[in-house]
Design a protein around this ligand. Structure first.
Ligand code: AMP
Ligand code: ZN
Length: 468
């Protein structure tokens, strides 16, 4: 498997730090509002990377943080007259809902910056001790000049940056030794959340959060560090400086960055106001369509959002869903019999197409070509499957389409419809089981209904049910 490493600007063979395991860190959102579909792009593409790694047999430890202390969160809290914590808690919950709706798996760990302050104080102290950081009146800065490799990820010309930043220096900031030095800890301002530290009552800078959380949950050397391309500089550059100076080891082997989601060829962003939230899209589309749209382009390419592209994504996804549904209906009537010679030959074709899917994904996660391989299987199914086909042949086609789609996080099997009548019958059976004190069976029935999206509620007036 090859992946493009921003650090080396080349596609490289993936060799994990520890055989069979992938340690992956993806910078998460700052939670002060509903996420927009630009923020959703890294969530979807790196969830797909994770799923593919799992398909390849790796055990993936996937860590993605929530930045829950930040100027924007504080500003929103003041605007609403509530605490910063209330704002971040609210939008973490909403973000997790959006992720679930986009079929983005929960991370192995979703750490919160505010819960990791001690670790940050420890790392900052360590950096000061080693001479990589300094305290000026309660503000702690990283000493970039001491880290010779500073700039290695973004390949920026540091002299240009220094002179550019020098002219931008605003009063109060000239306490820095160098224009490129960045904040590790800053003193509180009136009304802001703060924590005690050896330097001042205050809060950590943004970059230190990720260095600390990656170390705590994944270790000092990780395999993949990912995020949107706007994070390359300064955020990821600064994370490297902090982690490598503190730990004395290479921080991450592979740096993956997604391209921007644009609208009218401009980056979608909160500050420009040219955004759609995931919630807004959900009003119009099943979010599987959004996921399909995101995966129809290579993750490193810019992707322009438009209503037309969403419509064509909807139609394309429907073709797969209908193909699967058709196969299922044929399976209901097909006979259990040996595969014909023709069908055996088609199974070979099916295997070749599945290999093509893997080949595309092995080439730096070329999801667009992987989707094309799925379409070729759907076409094979549409042209060769009939009610006369062997049931096992139909099953192989269907299972492969569902399996490959699932690797991309696309759900293409229509949920089984369960009729009211069947629900009532199952509830009656559960009541009988309970009367007979067979609670195990009663629980099994409840769970079976839950899997079909039916929630039971035992009330004084009897059992009530609703669809989830
Ligand atoms: P933020 O909350 O702005 O720090 O963003 C969270 C994640 O979303 C980061 O990985 C960003 O790089 C990414 N991101 C923000 N806007 C876009 C966009 N328009 N296209 C792609 N990724 C984005
Ligand atoms: Zn980060």
């Amino acid at each position: 498997m090859k992946l493009y490493n921003t650090m080396t600007k080349r596609k490289e063979e993936f060799v994990p730090v520890e055989p069979g395991k992938v340690k992956m860190y993806v910078c998460g959102p700052t939670v002060y509002n509903f996420i927009h579909i630009g923020n959703a792009r890294p969530m979807i593409v790196f969830d797909t990377v994770r799923r593919y790694m799992e398909h390849k047999g790796y055990e993936v430890n996937y860590v993605s943080n929530f930045t829950d202390v930040d100027d924007k969160i504080i500003a929103k809290a003041i605007e609403e007259g509530v605490s910063a914590e209330e704002i971040s808690t609210r939008y973490i919950k909403e973000c997790k809902q959006d992720m679930a709706d986009m079929n983005v798996k929960p991370a192995t760990t979703h750490p919160l910056a505010t819960q990791e302050i001690n670790g940050m104080i420890e790392m900052i102290s360590d950096l000061i001790e080693k001479g990589y950081a300094y305290d000026v009146n309660g503000t702690v800065y990283f000493r970039t000049k001491k880290f010779e490799q500073y700039g290695k990820l973004s390949h920026k010309n540091l002299d240009d940056l220094r002179s550019g930043n020098r002219s931008l220096l605003v009063s109060g900031e000239d306490q820095k030794e160098d224009p490129l030095d960045f904040v590790l800890w800053k003193p509180k301002k009136e009304g802001e959340p703060f924590w005690g530290s050896p330097w001042s009552e205050g809060r950590p800078g943004w970059h230190i959060e990720c260095s600390v959380m990656a170390k705590k949950y994944l270790g000092e050397e990780i395999d993949i560090h990912a995020g949107g391309e706007d994070l390359i500089f300064p955020h990821h550059e600064n994370e490297i400086a902090q982690s490598e100076c503190c730990n004395g080891k290479t921080f991450a082997k592979y740096w993956l960055h997604n391209g921007f989601l644009n609208i009218d060829n401009r980056k979608m962003s909160k500050s420009l106001g040219n955004f759609f939230t995931v919630r807004e899209i959900k009003e119009k589309y099943d979010l599987q369509v959004l996921r399909f749209f995101m995966l129809s382009a290579h993750y490193r390419s810019p992707l322009n959002f438009s209503a037309e592209l969403m419509e064509s994504s909807k139609n394309a996804l429907e073709r797969i869903v209908n193909g699967v549904d058709h196969l299922k209906r044929l399976m209901d009537v097909a006979q259990e019999k040996e595969l014909t010679q023709e069908e055996t030959k088609n199974v070979e074709e099916l295997k070749a197409l599945a290999a093509k899917f893997d080949e595309a994904m092995d080439d730096d996660f070329n999801t667009a070509d992987a989707v094309s391989a799925i379409f070729e299987i759907v076409k094979l199914a549409n042209t060769t499957a009939s009610a006369d086909s062997a049931k096992a042949y139909l099953a192989q086609l269907k299972d492969k389409i569902v399996e490959l789609s699932d690797i991309l996080g696309l759900i293409v099997e229509k949920a089984e419809e369960i009729l009211d009548e069947e629900i009532e019958q199952m509830i009656a059976k559960r009541q009988e089981a309970r009367k007979a004190r067979d609670f195990k069976k009663a629980d099994e029935i409840r769970n079976e209904l839950l899997e079909k999206g039916i929630i039971l509620e035992d009330t004084r007036e009897g059992v009530k049910w609703k669809r989830a």
